[in-house]
Design a protein around this ligand. Structure first.
Ligand code: PLP
Length: 399
């Protein structure tokens, strides 16, 4: 590019609205489990664009799908059915507890669709004042206004007021705190099966069952935000299957397009039917290319052997990290499920993140001080062990 890496980053800092603190390297290309920066340095990818590159990088099926579909039919009005949209919808519906899907473009948008769908369902079935939502402390559901309104961070960002009204925050994993808030004005409860952005905090399966029963008792719509946990990430095809609890609406995104921007809301019929033509939609949602990517990703991940491998490498990582915790004394907490792992250490997490980066390992930061590992779901045993080696080496270097 002619300029030095530092110059380009400095200039980008002026060119881009500062919604992110920029990394000190420029990412150039990637293949399989590895990313390469503009100076040719290799990174073992345990971030996957934050749980997005579910099939790793430059997966042959992804390349074939993109090329073939772009040449065949890339876009058309959302009101047309296309073969890929039909097949993607049918695959998701047949494999899940849902009867309908709505395609959109991101996690925020799928959350947004679920909130609107729940509110319309409540309006129709419970009355026009039934428009309250219960979300949870430390939740994260996205940055559009509806999604931000059910994200706890709103409480510390009053400069965006007013958010959508009538949202209350219950304590995660505490059914009594939900009972204290739920009433005949509650339209929906929205929850992440594992809170990702706040530091990989898993929900308690018993709590999730109680939450389902409470919503049933009050005729309240239960929404699972599986944007980060869905489609194989935690070892089951859909996250709700790991808990034995079916939500009424679900939000999927991130890994469901293997890098192509896609969001999907899944709905039980009673709830999906609340939205009728003209009430919601999106230009790009479910376009032929996006749908082809959902279909391609789904076909790969839903194979039994693929899911089995996720559980296998997950146990290698958890066993290895527990051993490293014992041997180094540097890990203070280890949480998560499948390939969504949170690690707290005795070190400053940002320094650890940088040290790992220097050692050729890409993780992500979450919560106040958690190193989050969300590698591509194609991870195999050898790269899992290599990841563990780099983590151990880095922790020992920091001691
Ligand atoms: C649980 C959850 N919901 C929603 C979102 C928002 O997704 P997006 O950034 O695609 O809008 C995220 C993103 O991190 C998420 O983790």
């Amino acid at each position: 590019m002619g300029l030095s890496v530092q110059n380009i980053i400095d200039e980008s800092n002026e060119l881009l609205v500062k919604t992110y603190g920029l990394q000190p390297v420029i990412m150039d290309h990637a293949k399989g489990m590895y990313c390469y920066d503009s100076e040719g340095k290799e990174y073992l990818d345990f971030a996957a664009g934050i749980a997005v590159a579910s099939l790793g990088h430059a997966h042959p099926k992804v390349l074939e799908t993109l090329n073939k579909q772009a040449a065949h039919l890339m876009t058309c009005q959302a009101s047309y059915v296309t073969e890929t949209k039909y097949k993607a919808a049918k695959s998701l519906v047949e494999a899940s507890c849902f009867d309908q899907v709505f395609f959109c473009n991101s996690g925020s948008e799928s959350t947004e669709a679920a909130l609107k769908c729940a509110r319309k369902w409540a309006y129709d079935n419970k009355g026009k004042d039934c428009n309250h939502i219960i979300a949870f402390r430390d939740s994260f559901h996205g940055r559009t206004y509806g999604a931000a309104s059910v994200t706890e961070k709103r409480l510390s960002q009053p400069f965006f007021d007013p958010y959508i009204p009538n949202v209350d925050f219950a304590e995660y994993n505490n059914i009594e705190s939900v009972k204290a808030l739920i009433n005949d004005k509650t339209a929906a409860v929205i929850i992440e099966p594992i809170q990702g952005e706040s530091g990989v905090i898993p929900s308690d399966p018993a709590f999730m069952k109680e939450l389902r029963a409470l919503c049933d008792a009050h005729h309240v719509c239960l929404i699972f935000d599986e944007v980060q946990t869905g489609l194989g990430r935690i070892g089951s095809l859909f996250a709700y299957q790991s808990y034995g609890v079916e939500p009424d609406l679900v939000a999927w995104a991130k890994g469901i397009g293997a890098g192509y921007p896609v969001g999907v809301m899944g709905a039980k019929k009673e709830f999906g039917d609340a939205l009728q033509p003209g009430m919601h939609g999106t230009t790009f949602g479910g376009n032929p290319l996006a749908s082809a990517m959902v279909l391609c990703t789904f076909e790969e991940i839903s194979k039994d052997s693929f899911l089995e491998n996720i559980r296998h490498v997950s146990s290698i990582l958890f066993d290895g990290l527990e051993r490293i915790a014992k041997d180094t004394g540097a890990i203070t907490d280890l949480r998560g499920r499948g390939l969504m792992i949170g690690i707290d250490t005795v070190f400053d997490t940002k320094k650890l993140f940088r040290a790992l980066q220097k050692n050729g390992f890409m993780g992500t930061l979450a919560g106040k001080a958690t190193l989050r590992l969300v590698p591509p779901l194609i991870l195999q045993e050898d790269d899992a062990r290599k990841g563990l080696e780099i983590i151990e080496k880095t922790l020992r270097e920091m001691e």
